[in-house]
Design a protein around this ligand. Structure first.
Ligand SMILES: [Zn+2]
Length: 630
């Protein structure tokens, strides 16, 4: 093969030298970085101007694309949809004909004349629908935000790639008002100030297109805190439009969490720097509506509601940032060829979402009990919630088939179950490994072994990895995978809990103020546009003690009027309430106003919970200890 490449190269060099009278060889697109620019000074109706200058082509035509799918999202986003005014310009500055092949692809004939491409990129936060994930709009942590004092720059939304130049280097210039704070996970290589001093252009460098997609940025009215956790430098950038939260107020939470996570992971992680970009949404029409985060190799973008209390933001940040950081193990390190050779336009999907999302999510719950951030009861509660939520999805669907076909129905709408059942699959593997090794090995040691075998630069073969894992571990894992991961038999969790002296029992269990046993205790009346408590409210000790009755309409919560439009936001806040919070809820009971002004207390209901068996043997207790405390 080497010789063939050589001879082709020789021909190319010969041809290039024939051409050398016209232009010099070193401006060829294949030889120089693609020069790109984003202009945040001259925003045009909520759209940012972008320029792509690739150098000179020698081919007849070129194809330029924005991603149809980006890594880590498992949905079609079609970033080309948000591009307006696409223009190709020749060296004389004339517009050239462009063929738009599909939503994300443009072809330009007579490519030898092509000087540069210009277009405008739209905001995606303001078109996002409630709920985010699973709707064909970019989930806000992977989206683009353009507003006067905040820019969320997921660069894959701005910058695309030429089919023929996928491995080219990129230079990126971003011009922005001089007073903007700039926070970037991408390497800065320089900056310049305009003559009037009002604009600063910062230059960045990306070794290849992958690095453009893997390094988000945030610009604007931000707060940035940098601190060291062991040998990792953490850079926390926070945008809170009404200054409700700050990087300083979140620093302690992140520090504590990252330190616990690093201790838990041990020698597995090597990144010297990790960036956390937190965008807090004020819940208005044009703000982000999809809450959660997206992982990158050395950073994450997180989106939450600004109205969350400090305590619940801290709790959610701990969970979500831990999840994203654990992605360093998988898929960022351990992953299949589908991910390694990712095609942004026409990707194939791996069968192993149980690992990439499931095991990652399980880690984010397990490490908290392992490191003492949670006690055993809190851990059991979180696992029980996952069991209950997972039952809302198809429990008899093969996880590998779902994963491989995640872009289409009926699989697409089951995707969210990777965070529920996927995590539980991780738990079952963990327990089986503890059982097989007298407590010595678990899911973390398995992932470490896989990291050593594969890793960032060496993908595994999608169809072989389960057999390899079984070979590396115990026959019981083989049965588990073929029945419950590849196969479609629902998992009987009690079989696994039995091994560690636990069981799912009925009793008085702690619950929350909105969801009980996985189901909401409120309902909506679209005709009257109201949200009211359902019959189930009688089973919720807090509301029942306050005298709330079924069909009581919720008028206001802490001064905010409840409407159909903001119901998800307000109910989301109530879901995040903790005991000890002062609340004021106004209800309408058949025309009579009822005011509940009190401090929340722990709330209970009758339901299923994970309980320690009284007759658990010492062997079971020892295995439980090994499982929960590593
Ligand atoms: Zn994830």
């Amino acid at each position: 093969m080497n010789t063939r490449i050589l001879s082709v190269l020789c021909v190319a060099i010969l041809m290039a030298s024939c051409n050398s009278t016209k232009t010099t060889q070193n401006d060829l697109a294949i030889n120089i970085p693609i020069e790109t620019a984003i202009d945040l000074v001259n925003i045009n109706e909520d759209r940012a101007p972008v320029t792509i200058n690739p150098g000179r082509f020698t081919t007849e035509s070129v194809t330029y694309r924005l991603p149809r799918v980006v890594q880590g999202t498992y949905e079609l986003n079609d970033f080309g949809k948000y591009v307006d005014d696409f223009k190709a310009l020749d060296y004389e500055g004339n517009e050239m004909p462009v063929v738009k092949v599909d939503l994300n692809t443009w072809t330009i004939a007579d490519a030898k004349k092509l000087d540069k491409i210009t277009y405008l990129v739209n905001d995606t936060f303001d078109i996002e629908v409630e709920g985010g994930i699973g709707k064909d709009e970019p989930f806000s942590p992977s989206g683009v935000n353009i507003e006067p004092n905040n820019y969320v720059l997921n660069l894959h939304g701005f910058i695309g790639y030429f089919d023929s130049l996928k491995n080219s280097q990129y230079k990126l210039d971003i011009a922005a008002p001089a007073d903007f704070v700039r926070s970037s996970a991408l390497q800065t290589v320089g900056s310049s100030t305009s003559e009037d001093g009002k604009t600063i252009t910062t230059s960045y460098f990306a070794p290849r297109y992958f690095d453009i997609t893997d390094n988000p940025m945030m610009f604007g009215d931000l707060e940035v805190e940098e601190f060291q956790v062991g040998d990792i430098k953490i850079v926390l950038s926070v945008y809170s439009p009404n200054k409700v939260h700050s990087a300083a107020s979140l620093k302690e939470t992140i520090f504590k969490m990252m330190q616990a996570q690093k201790t838990y992971l041990g020698d597995i992680n090597a990144t010297p720097r990790y960036d956390i970009f937190l965008y807090l949404s004020d819940g208005k029409e044009n703000s982000a509506k999809g809450f959660g985060a997206l992982e990158h190799h050395t950073s994450t973008v997180v989106v939450f509601l600004e109205s969350m209390s400090e305590e619940s933001l801290a709790e959610n940040m701990t969970h979500v940032v831990a999840h994203e950081f654990f992605h360093i193990v998988t898929p960022l390190s351990v992953h299949s060829e589908d991910i390694h050779y990712f095609d942004y336009n026409n990707p194939t999907f791996s069968k192993h979402l149980w690992m990439y999302e499931g095991v990652t999510e399980y880690f984010s719950v397990l490490f908290q009990v392992d490191q003492g951030l949670d006690d055993d009861t809190e851990f059991y509660k979180k696992i029980m919630e996952k069991i209950e939520y997972s039952k809302r999805y198809d429990d008899a669907m093969s996880f590998t088939i779902m994963s491989e076909n995640v872009l289409k129905e009926p699989y697409k709408s089951q995707y969210i179950n990777v965070y529920q059942k996927g995590a539980l699959i991780g738990m079952c593997i963990d327990i089986l490994m503890r059982e097989g090794s007298n407590g010595q090995r678990g899911i973390l040691s398995l992932m470490k072994e896989l990291t050593n075998k594969y890793g960032k630069n060496k993908p595994f073969e999608d169809d072989k990895i389960i057999d390899e894992i079984v070979e590396m571990t115990y026959p019981s894992l083989g049965v588990f995978f073929s029945d419950h991961v590849v196969g479609d038999i629902p998992i009987d969790y009690n079989k696994f809990f039995e091994k560690v002296g636990l069981e799912i029992g009925e009793g008085r269990v702690e619950t929350n103020y909105i969801l009980m046993n996985g189901a909401p205790i409120v309902s909506g009346d679209p005709e009257n546009g109201t949200i009211f408590f359902s019959e189930a409210v009688l089973e919720n000790s807090f509301w029942a003690d306050q005298g709330v009755k079924p069909n009581d309409v919720i008028k206001t919560v802490d001064g905010s009027e409840m409407t159909m439009a903001n119901a998800n936001t307000i109910l989301g806040e109530m879901f995040n309430w903790n005991p000890g919070k002062e609340i004021e809820v106004k209800l309408d009971r058949e025309g009579e106003e009822i005011v509940i002004k009190t401090t929340t207390t722990k709330t209970y209901t009758n339901g299923a919970g994970i309980m320690e068996k009284e007759d658990a043997t010492d062997a079971q207790k020892t295995l439980r200890e090994a499982w929960l405390k590593g």
